[in-house]
Design a protein around this ligand. Structure first.
Ligand SMILES: *Cc1c(COP(=O)(O)O)cnc(C)c1O
Length: 431
């Protein structure tokens, strides 16, 4: 498999180069040259296959010969080594719970897969030692820190805004040690992001350190997200019509991966892009005009993205044809008030606790079903509610129990390096 740049000004590359560099030299995102089709046998046997086998089958064509078969098998098995249950929530709605990984975030799968691929390339001497530099508003940093912990040849530097991530998220970032360093920035997430962007453009720094990023523009983080949809279909009732799939979306990597799995032949139904007040995609589907905007803060803060980077990949998948896209994908905007109302209603009536991101997906699915009666659907539950105590605990009326992976972090010493919002200080640190 080769990958081309969506800006069409860079050479084709293999999976290895796409993973190591993240983005094409012309600034474009990489996109696979062809879309592999799942075999009839694979689809027929899907329910009886192990998660590791599903993962290997889906990822093999994308990785090609850049990783030896036995190593890719191990990488796949480790990336999906936890549960992905499809849980009934209410009539005609199930939740695919993606928050049972080590950091309770659906980003764990992509981060674990990418880290092991980079570790493989680094160990074989295919790349100089790599520094993964990433800014986080919360979830990405924890998943990346946990995914890359102890991976030889890879150092991880995470910038996070001091006082603006939740206590659980901060513990996930700052207590691991080893090859993970947390830089606690006296500023906002946007400041962190700006510092990281400047570092990637610094040619003097590039002489010293091989920098790469670990967000979903990287194919090794983006592509494994197809697996969630395969795991959902392993559990979807036999013989039932294809599910409507509602995806809480920020940078649109997850949704784009679902559309990719569908294009490969996975029998999924209509897709819904469930958005919070950050709504350039719903506006685009309504009007045909795409206008990025500065992000506005909401309760579903992992989706506070004003210019979703993966949306260009969705357009590419649909040949930039708005009508084709509209036939496959709807989009909806859900306010914070509606998010809270959904969490309360589902908790009180159905005894299921949604997190704010899942609640956005739930609300968008319910509105779609009101227009399309009889269409059973699923939501992707992307985060554990324990990460959002300020929103869910007032509804619950008590403190939410900490899962074991979070309890294990309690009492561990926090280690972070304080940083002013000053690029020269970051550069000095990295040099
Ligand atoms: C990152 C994230 C999202 C958004 O996923 P995208 O692939 O960026 O659209 C949704 N929910 C949670 C909890 C996340 O952490």
């Amino acid at each position: 498999m080769k990958y081309y740049s969506l800006h069409h000004q860079s050479p084709l590359v293999d999976f290895r180069t796409a993973t190591i560099t993240g983005q094409a030299p012309d600034g474009g995102l990489y996109f696979p040259e062809s879309i592999p089709k799942f075999s009839a046998g694979f689809l027929h046997e899907l329910r009886s296959l192990s998660k590791a086998t599903v993962a290997f089958n889906v990822m093999r064509p994308y990785v090609g010969s850049t990783i030896a078969e036995a190593d890719l098998q191990r990488i796949c098995a480790e990336a999906v080594d936890f549960e992905f249950p499809l849980v009934p929530v209410a009539a005609e709605v199930s939740a695919l719970e993606l928050f049972h990984g080590p950091t309770l975030a659906f980003k764990d799968v992509g981060a674990r897969f990418m880290s092991r691929c980079l570790g493989y390339f680094a160990q074989r001497g295919d790349t100089p030692p790599v520094t993964v530099l990433v800014a986080t508003s919360g979830d990405t940093g924890g998943a990346v820190a946990s995914g890359f912990l102890g991976v030889p040849g890879v150092e991880v530097v995470i910038l996070y805004p001091s006082g603006k991530v939740s206590p659980v998220q901060e513990q996930q970032l700052t207590t691991l040690g080893q090859n993970i360093t947390a830089l606690e920035v006296a500023g906002t997430f946007d400041d962190c992001q700006a510092l990281v962007k400047q570092a990637f453009l610094d040619s003097e720094l590039a002489q010293k350190r091989f920098l790469t990023s670990a967000n979903s523009i990287n194919v090794a983080r983006w592509l494994p997200q197809q697996l969630y949809y395969c795991f959902a279909m392993q559990q979807w009732p036999v013989g039932a019509p294809a599910p409507v799939v509602s995806v809480p979306s920020g940078n649109f990597g997850n949704l784009c991966a679902g559309l990719l799995a569908q294009a490969s032949g996975l029998p999924l139904g209509h897709f819904i892009a469930a958005c919070n007040a950050n709504e350039p995609v719903p506006v685009y589907l309504r009007t045909g005009t795409f206008t990025p905007r500065p992000a506005v803060p909401t309760f579903s803060n992992a989706m506070d993205v004003g210019n979703p980077s993966n949306f260009v990949r969705i357009l590419e998948l649909f040949d930039n044809d708005l009508n084709k896209l509209r036939a496959a994908l709807s989009a909806d905007t859900v306010t914070d008030a509606d998010t809270v109302a959904a969490i309360r209603q589902v908790w009180e009536r159905d005894d299921y606790l949604l997190d704010p991101h899942g609640a956005v997906a739930y609300t968008a699915l319910r509105r779609y079903q009101a227009q399309h009666p009889g269409s059973a659907g699923l939501i992707l539950a992307t985060a554990h509610p324990v990460k959002f105590p300020d929103v869910v605990e007032p509804i619950l009326g008590r403190a939410i129990e900490l899962p074991a992976v979070v309890q294990a972090l309690q009492g561990r010493a926090k280690r972070s390096v304080s940083l002013a919002v000053n690029y020269e200080d970051l550069k000095a640190y990295l040099m």
